[in-house]
Structures are given as C-alpha cells and as structure tokens.
Write a protein that binds this ligand. Structure first.
Ligand SMILES: [Zn+2]
Length: 114
C-alpha cells in the first residue's frame, strides 16, 4: 500500500492507495472516513468489467473522495439546504470530481486561481 498526507481545509488526511478489497467497504473503489480522517483507494486490477484507463479512473475516484472531505470539513456534509443532504450526494460529488480539472484549467486560463 502507498500512503500520502494532504491538508484539507486545515485538517490532515491520510490517503492510502492499493488497499486490499477485503479492507474496503463493500462495493467501493474509494472511501473517505471523516472520523478517522482517512481516504482509502482500493487495489484495482484490469479485468473484463473494468474501464480501460484505470489510472484515469483512480484519479477521478481520489478527487471524488477528496471532495467528500472538503464537503465534510466545510460543514455542509449533512446540512445541504432543501435538497436531502446534497453534501452527501454521489451526484454532486461525482460532478465536481469530473468537472474540477476542467474548472481548474479555466481558472488558470482566466488567471483567477493561484
Ligand atoms: Zn462518494
């Protein structure tokens, strides 16, 4: 397993990659534990059911889990307005995970991000 640490809104999170399947929650390729301040990524191997570019997929899964941590640490994890817990929503989290690189590129081009 490979580990690294990131700071998310001032809180240290440990990211562990290549976690054995048996040490992951059921049916998860990634998971964020807001109590343990950890993010785990499953050890994924190419097979007939997997996507072609696993590195691309794993980067997206990591962005997804980091965004969950941002939503938690920013206090909107379960206080998400009149949509039922949108901060817990897989839809908005995946949307940000997929869109963020594009947004960052635009932010850089527009020179509105450091
Ligand atoms: Zn999720």
């Amino acid at each position: 397993m490979e580990e690294k640490t990131v700071i998310i809104l001032g809180v240290k999170y440990k990211i562990t990659d290549n976690v054995p399947f048996e040490d992951m929650p059921d049916n998860c390729d990634g998971c964020m534990d807001c109590t343990a301040k950890t993010i785990k990524l499953a050890k994924i191997e190419q097979n007939k059911n997997s996507v072609r570019d696993l590195d691309c997929y794993k980067r997206k899964v990591l962005r997804h889990e980091i965004i969950h941590a941002f939503l938690y640490e920013s206090g909107i994890w379960s206080n998400s307005g009149n949509v039922t817990n949108w901060g817990l929503s897989e839809e908005i989290t995946d949307w940000i995970a997929i869109q963020f690189p594009k947004m960052l590129k635009v932010f850089k081009e527009a020179e509105c991000v450091d």
